[in-house]
Design a binder for this molecule. Structure first.
Ligand SMILES: NC(=O)c1ccc[n+]([C@@H]2O[C@H](COP(=O)([O-])OP(=O)(O)OC[C@H]3O[C@@H](n4cnc5c(N)ncnc54)[C@H](OP(=O)(O)O)[C@@H]3O)[C@@H](O)[C@H]2O)c1
Length: 328
């Protein structure tokens, strides 16, 4: 089958191949685990984690996010049947292989039924970015009338955060991104929101000066992304005193260590997308339906050039919304 695979000594190079062995249960004579679902992948999205992990951790086939059609189910699978259209994740831990392939084998509690009003490409984009957005906004107690600051508002996780914050009822949503992406973020979010251009000298400082103690939640998708950007110290004072929460999804080794040993500083949290995703995926669909919001896509062809170009673009950290491969 076609697949994007990790190659080289550590498996940190990503290459397109068309002779990768399919998951064994593609052969009807090979048993399928009771809780597994075999999916004919129609669309698969990519995330920075896909190129950050070596083969030893991430496995040979790259990718987590997918949508497609159920080909075969294990004996204990009751929520899905052959022919159902589904979307979700092929998780790194507990997964049976990645999503950038013609077929993927996934645990039944990591997928949900794809609604008709989302295309396969759109549904594939929801896994990692929207689950992270939902779980982060939850960690920040975002609900009706919350004020939320989203750092990195034009990226995959950022746009998800903006759309979900709106659907959760936040009354003030402010995004930080580069000015050239303002129209794109406004268009995709479908709401009136304030945007701050971090590339314009003095704009962050001015915004900070006017907003001390005003936010219930800061959702930071940028800090610790590998280029030394760190918003934590400069933005923490914008939280409401004692009740606001700073949620980050990446960070320095010290922050990560503190998170792992449960010693995060007051009002700060690190979120790693977790748990079995099915219920949260269903909630995401319900929330997006409120405003008929959809992810913004940059659709690529699944071939050698498409895979190479897409990962170069993703590594460049200038992606607008989500990069998705149309696998059909
Ligand atoms: N903890 C978890 O479970 C989890 C889950 C998903 C992702 N992550 C991590 O979260 C990070 C973001 O993921 P993603 O999928 O959203 O990545 P992405 O789509 O590649 O993010 C690209 C965006 O980052 C923005 N950006 C870059 N530098 C910025 C800066 N200095 N200030 C503000 N915005 C900046 C860019 O905005 P402009 O082009 O407008 O400048 C671009 O839109 C990655 O490090 C990823 O590994 C963690």
């Amino acid at each position: 089958m076609r697949a994007a695979v990790r190659t080289g000594l550590l498996g940190l190079t990503i290459a397109f191949k068309d002779d990768v062995p399919p998951p064994p249960p593609c052969d009807p004579n090979v048993p399928i685990a009771p809780t597994d679902v075999l999916i004919k992948v129609k669309s698969a999205a990519i995330n920075p984690v896909d190129y950050k992990l070596p083969r030893l951790v991430g496995g040979t086939v790259v990718g987590i996010d997918l949508s497609g059609t159920v080909e075969r189910v294990g004996a204990d699978v009751t929520d899905f049947k052959v022919g159902d259209n589904v979307f979700g994740r092929s998780p790194i831990i507990g997964g049976r292989g990645g999503s950038l392939a013609d077929f993927a084998l996934v645990p039944m509690d990591e997928i949900a039924i794809k609604p008709e009003w989302l295309s396969f490409n759109q549904a594939a984009a929801l896994g990692v970015a929207y689950l992270t957005g939902l779980q982060s906004l939850r960690a920040g107690n975002v609900s009706k009338d919350s004020s939320v600051l989203i750092i990195g508002a034009s990226g995959g996780c950022g746009i998800a955060g903006v759309q979900l914050a709106r659907a959760l009822g936040a009354s003030r949503v402010v995004g930080v991104c580069s000015g050239r992406n303002f129209d794109f973020v406004k268009g995709t979010s479908g709401m009136e929101l304030e945007l701050i251009d971090y590339t314009k000298e003095g704009s962050i400082e001015k915004f900070r000066g006017e907003n001390i103690g005003k936010f219930d939640c800061i959702y930071d998708t940028v800090t610790g992304s590998g280029r030394g950007e760190d918003y934590v110290a400069s933005m923490m004072p914008l939280l409401k005193e004692s009740t606001g929460t700073y949620v980050q999804i990446n960070g320095s080794p010290t922050t990560m260590a503190r998170h792992v040993i449960g010693r995060m500083k007051a009002q700060r949290k690190v979120v790693f997308t977790s748990g079995k995703g099915k219920k949260d995926l269903e909630e995401i669909v319900s929330l997006l339906k409120i405003f008929v919001a959809r992810p913004h896509l940059d659709v690529k062809t699944f071939d050698e050039n498409g895979v190479k170009g897409a990962f170069e673009q993703l590594r460049g950290r200038r992606t607008k919304g989500k990069i998705v491969f149309n696998m059909e």
